[in-house]
Design a protein around this ligand. Sequence first.
Ligand SMILES: Cc1ncc(COP(=O)(O)OP(=O)(O)O)c(N)n1
Ligand SMILES: Cc1ncsc1CCOP(=O)(O)O
Length: 526
Amino acid sequence: MNVVNSVSNPVALTNKVSLTNKVSLTNKVSVLTFSGSDSAGLAGMQMDSKVQHAFGVHCLSVLTAVTAQNNQHTFLVQAVGPQMFAAQLKAVAVFTPKAMKCGLVANVQQAQLIIDTQKKLGIALICDPVSHATNGGALNNEAELDGEGNSNKSVQNLLLAHSTLFTPNIPEAEKLVGFAIKDSFHIIKAAKALLKMGAQAVLIKGGHRLNDEGIIKDNPSTYSQDYFHSVQNQFWLQSDSINTLHTRGTGCALASAIASGIALGYCLKDAVVMGKMAITQGLLNAQGVDGEKGAVQINRVPDTQVSLPRLICAQTQTQENMPFPDIGDTPLGLYPIVERAAWLEQLLPLGVSTIQLRVKDLIGQALEDEICLAIAIATRYQCRLFINDYWQLAIQHGAYGVHLGQEDLAEAQIQQIRRAGLRLGISTHCHFEVAKAHAYRPSYIAYGPVFPTKSKDMPWVPQGVKGLAYWQKLLDYPLVAIGGIDLESAKDIHALGVSGIGMISQITQAQDPIAVTNALLAITRS
Ligand SMILES: Cc1ncc(COP(=O)(O)OP(=O)(O)O)c(N)n1
Ligand SMILES: Cc1ncsc1CCOP(=O)(O)O
């Protein structure tokens, strides 16, 4: 089934409330997990269970095999027999999992039963094709596990054809597509081939094997990058490489983190970003065990900016890898968003230090005149004026900055804005968009809607104060809260320590905009 297209609630197509909001105190959602047991406790079901627990999700555990392995050797692998496999499936049938995850699948019979279960439940299947442990030992080769003579390749082909998301690394993808993957073009070609073979989406884990030019090389490169491909979305997730020995269990952990995100109600592309964040943070926290090589350590929902990948898609323009200029030492504070320059004459004398001109109904000379007038007033009051959308006019007339939405990013010449020395603010509404904004290194990130808003049609679930708190904790960028904020809620939002509070209607529709602005300024200065 297609997570992206088949969710009945249209809101689920785009985003959900934050993780902090989403985890219910009285009931957990579950992920139906099919994996092997790893005697070293570094991968397999042991890792799946830990990761899902970290996300506040319950791990329903159907064991596919028992493996006797450590970091050096795989001693023995025994598939769980058909009777035991069926009994486990029967036992977990009382639950109503929200996603499925499979790792090591021992044989075609198991694969078929997993697929039958997925069809019956109609939930997403996140499939990590496991064939070898990091110690090099085969985990589901045909001789040991499949008495029917079916090869591992047929197990993977079967699962691939029914996966909502399939997450091979490069060697695993190479085996399935039948050609060598040597650069990023081959990765894209392989992703397309895997979709043709039936997967609804793939995430090819390039890991350390890609260098800056997208060419695979043997030495660890400066960053790791994974490629996501579905019919609707294609993007790279790029993170700085982490120098650690303790990398066991990353494949299992990634698929489990993504399945957890789906179970919590996030759409696939957000769950994939969350999964990548979990791995990066988990590698930074990784530890050895008794002096032996250890595993990625995921013990909480990812909550640091260093874990956030840079999301690069076709529309992302070449990066100069330079951040946009900062907004200075003074937080953005109260950030009114107005449609005419005349508002600046009213609000700036009150001490408003950041404002946005968001004109939606003018074109040509009238638009340019409005922008010029706003810049002149803002300059007089030394106020930080951001121009919404019209970046060329903002550059031409020397505005302080530009604010762009996600769609505008594709059309604007970002490098021109950067080279002209203007600040850049970017709107975001979910993990996917925050990771996309991060690739531009903007001056600030705006996140919303915090509450329901009447000022703009928005398909996004309002995040609430808790959702915003998650991003305020995570991001090092100055954060602007926006959407449905009023005098009362402004206090709670300010208390989170956000840099700015963006507002349209509370000021522009107020009976007494001056009084409201003064009251809001008192809050943001407190
Ligand atoms: C501070 C701030 N945040 C968000 C927005 C919304 O911008 P955008 O997504 O470009 O949508 P429109 O404003 O163009 O409708 C904003 N303008 N300012
Ligand atoms: C433009 C925009 N972007 C996210 S919410 C929003 C509208 C904010 O307006 P209001 O403050 O009236 O809710």
